[in-house]
Design a protein around this ligand. Structure first.
Ligand SMILES: C[S@@+](CC[C@H](N)C(=O)[O-])C[C@H]1O[C@@H](n2cnc3c(N)ncnc32)[C@H](O)[C@@H]1O
Length: 262
């Protein structure tokens, strides 16, 4: 249920999911359809924006990696100023607002300004991609856990990640925004003992009509990353669960003679 105490202004911090509009939650859809103004990120797909009422003001505050045309402080200020002028403001973010989405920073600003808000979760890219590719995040005997990390850091700097902890063959490692640091990720994990033959999958535009999958190993991760397009979202999945992805599972069954290849 939507909050019944919506005062003069209410901000809905909405997760739009990874792209496929059918992955929106019912609550997200209701908020989008009843918004007076929508402030959205680059990763929100046009199909989802088309669900807004005709004539609704759409404000694109999209940021490209290492290119921040709309600084976070300005987005925060924009939300506060819109709250003074509109009743239902939707802040629409790709995936889930609280997974590498800076949603909690925006919420802190709204709270400080005394503006009512509701957070509506979204399906994060890792979950959408697990479903679309068939590579689960966990699987008995292959992965007892999953870790989400960011592969993004300030330009010219090295990633500050717990490489010792991440080099765990029993855990699925999901790297958001890791395309530009694929070489470092592969090198560091192998240096900490993760095998170069560990299966890897890179997924561009996950859950969208143009989803593209690239299969590699930890040793060939950087090479595979170079085949992905710049400017499109890419998720890196590292772990034995990759062997369960639809195409891989079929290939392995052929290799193991489980199904005829002739
Ligand atoms: C700023 S983070 C936002 C993550 C988002 N809040 C979420 O929960 O999915 C952006 C990164 O998420 C990943 N991502 C988001 N949507 C994706 C998609 N449809 N396909 C592949 N990767 C995606 C990419 O690594 C992209 O660079």
């Amino acid at each position: 249920m939507m909050p019944s105490d919506i005062g003069p202004s209410h901000v809905f911090l909405v997760g739009a999911g990874p792209g496929d509009p059918d992955l929106l939650t019912v609550k997200a859809l209701k908020a989008i359809e009843t918004a007076d103004v929508v402030v959205h990120d680059r990763l929100v797909s046009p199909e989802i924006l088309s669900l807004c009422r005709p004539g609704v003001q759409l404000i694109d505050v999209g940021k490209a990696p290492n290119n921040h045309p709309f600084p976070q402080a300005n987005i925060n200020a924009l939300l506060v100023s819109l709250a003074g002028r509109h009743e239902r403001i939707v802040r629409l973010k790709g995936g889930d607002p609280y997974v590498f989405g800076r949603g909690s920073e925006e919420v802190a600003v709204l709270r400080d300004a005394g503006i009512a808000f509701t957070t509506i979760p979204g399906i994060t890219a890792a979950q959408g991609i697990a479903a679309s590719t068939g590579a689960p995040l966990t699987h008995r005997g292959l992965a007892t856990g999953v870790r989400f990390v960011t592969g993004h850091c300030r330009a010219g700097h090295e990633l500050e990640l717990d490489w010792d902890g991440l080099a765990d063959p029993d855990t699925t490692l999901i790297v958001y925004m890791g395309r530009g640091h694929a070489d470092e990720i592969s090198r560091q994990l192998m240096a900490k003992g993760l095998g170069g033959d560990m299966p890897v999958m890179l997924v561009e535009n996950g859950t969208r009509a143009n989803e593209t999958r690239h299969f590699a190993t930890l040793a060939t991760l950087a090479q595979a990353a170079r085949k992905t397009a710049r400017g499109v979202p890419v998720l890196i999945v590292i772990g034995r669960v990759v062997d369960l992805a639809d195409e891989r599972a079929a290939l392995l069954e052929v290799a193991q003679g489980k199904i005829s290849n002739g």
